[in-house]
Design a protein around this ligand. Structure first.
Ligand code: FMN
Length: 145
């Protein structure tokens, strides 16, 4: 299945998770584009059946420009898409960027394949075990397609 993996990142952790998920989907035979926010636009979402979205958590939500991109993409591309959202956040945060993005896209009628996913960052780096968890997420998504 054609899949867009699109991410925002400041320190590289969300990008690392996105690339691992994208790698597993490619490995499973799906046609994957993996793009950072600054290299992507609303047109990249149009006609792509599955969107995998990764965002860092900034003040409990996605960074403003990424949120705007996703909102406009959903408006332009319509609601006939499946999606999976993950975020990176500090430990023990009850809510992060993925929860809000997931809720917004579901409200707009897009179909979630999985509940919001999250990965833990300690300081500026991924906590140990998170890369393996990302690869598992990629394989899980592939198994649902
Ligand atoms: C401006 C700013 C605000 C942040 N706010 C939160 C927050 O509200 N909750 C949280 O769990 N982490 C917060 N963090 C930590 C980020 O979750 C962490 O930097 C991010 O997951 C790293 O992803 P990246 O390497 O892809 O940028 C914040 C980080 C920055 C820079």
């Amino acid at each position: 299945m054609r899949t867009l993996v699109v991410y925002e990142t400041k320190f590289g952790n969300t990008e690392r998770i996105a690339r691992l998920v994208a790698g597993e989907l490619s490995e499973a035979g799906h046609e994957v584009s993996c793009l950072g926010q600054s290299a992507s636009g609303e047109d990249d979402f149009i006609g792509v059946p599955l969107w995998v979205i990764g965002s860092p958590t900034h003040w409990g939500r996605a960074p403003f420009r990424f949120n705007t991109l996703l909102r406009n993409a959903a408006k332009d591309a319509g609601s006939d898409h499946d999606f999976v959202v993950f975020d990176t956040r500090y430990e023990n945060m009850h809510s992060g960027a993925a929860d809000r993005i997931h809720r917004d896209l579901a409200r707009q009628g897009l179909r979630p394949l999985l509940p919001p996913q999250s990965f833990v960052v300690d300081g500026d780096g991924l906590r140990s075990g998170q890369e393996e968890k990302a690869a598992e997420l990629g394989r899980l998504i592939a198994s649902l397609l």
